[in-house]
Design a binder for this molecule. Structure first.
Ligand SMILES: Nc1ncnc2c1ncn2[C@@H]1O[C@H](COP(=O)(O)OP(=O)(O)O)[C@@H](O)[C@H]1O
Ligand SMILES: Cc1ncsc1CCOP(=O)(O)O
Ligand SMILES: [Mg+2]
Length: 283
């Protein structure tokens, strides 16, 4: 298991970041953005509950015929290829096109991107539709950046997030997206700047769909501050990690952490974010 990083607090920067994270969570709570999620069957419940507990409004609509009416009305779109099929891919692409055309941010979760040629091609086609943010684990971001099918652990990562920093930077530069790599340290980059969010607990990897859910939370945070996408992405990752840390104090294992994580995300207050957020520049 990856260990926590050598985070060193630098006062003014740390304060700026934690205030930003709190401001964005407060705005999500007050504006309750509508987030369309086209996601895998495994994640639907946890993702919707994550968005609700953060104050956003989830809608798991994915039927092709509905998208022209619905997608232009949402505040952000989250596309997750976890249980990809030929039937769903056209809806993912159309929703991304509609989001792009209507100026709405959209976030891609390239689950298991390197697991098969079909999946990799689909992810690369989605990247061509200009996601605002791409969030994956280390192995997914490396596969996507190299555009190659890789030896895989499926949806889980066989790399540390820090192994994927150069891949994340090159993917960000090639795609124009902000790229986030989750792990013990969550990495966020625009291709030049690299920021680390050092919150979370390792037990979060033992709950399925925590990665999917934080991707949807990123969509919610970005929807309320489209001009600071990197900051919104790092803030969402940090807030979700803090909820994991708080939840872990009450949990006995993955199942109770799942419940306490959602409760903690719902209850998290300003003092908690200001004292627990650990976001810092890595470059
Ligand atoms: N070793 C770790 N320590 C602390 N938090 C972690 C660790 N690994 C992952 N996380 C957190 O768990 C969540 C899911 O990340 P991850 O497991 O990398 O995604 P995925 O489920 O897509 O593989 C993220 O919020 C991430 O920050
Ligand atoms: C287990 C599984 N299989 C296909 S999608 C999925 C959920 C993956 O969720 P996460 O990427 O958040 O671990
Ligand atoms: Mg994942």
């Amino acid at each position: 298991m990856e260990s926590k990083s050598n985070y060193k607090e630098e006062e003014p920067e740390a304060t700026m970041w934690s205030q930003k994270a709190w401001a964005l969570l407060s705005t999500v709570r007050s504006q309750s953005p509508l987030i369309q999620c086209i996601t895998n069957f495994v994640s639907m419940d946890l993702m919707a509950n994550t968005l609700l507990s953060a104050g956003a409004s989830p809608a798991m609509l994915h039927t092709l015929e509905e998208l022209t009416d619905f997608t232009p009305q949402v505040h952000a779109l989250c596309v997750n290829v976890g249980t990809l099929s030929t039937g769903w891919l056209p809806a993912m692409k159309l929703a991304a096109e509609l989001a792009l055309k209507s100026g709405k941010p959209w976030v891609l979760d390239p689950v298991a991107a390197g697991a098969s040629g079909f999946r990799l091609k689909a992810c690369l086609e989605l990247v061509d539709l200009k996601p605002t943010v791409i969030r994956g684990n280390g192995s997914e971001i490396i596969a996507l950046a190299k555009a190659s099918v890789e030896p895989t652990k499926g949806v889980d990562s066989s790399h540390k997030s820090t192994d994927a920093i150069e891949s994340a930077k090159s993917l960000a530069q090639a795609s124009g997206a902000i790229v986030a790599v989750s792990g013990a340290v969550d990495i966020v980059t625009d291709g030049n700047r690299v920021v680390g969010a050092h919150n979370g607990v390792a037990m979060m990897t033992k709950i399925t769909a925590t990665g999917c859910s934080v991707t949807a939370l990123i969509a919610a945070f970005v929807s309320v501050d489209q001009s600071h996408v990197l900051e919104a992405t790092a803030s969402a990752l940090s807030v979700f990690g803090i909820a994991g840390e708080m939840g872990m104090k009450m949990a006995n294992g993955p199942a109770s952490l799942r419940m306490h994580l959602i409760d903690s995300l719902y209850g998290i207050d300003e003092a908690c974010v200001l004292s627990h957020a650990k976001i810092t520049s890595l470059s």
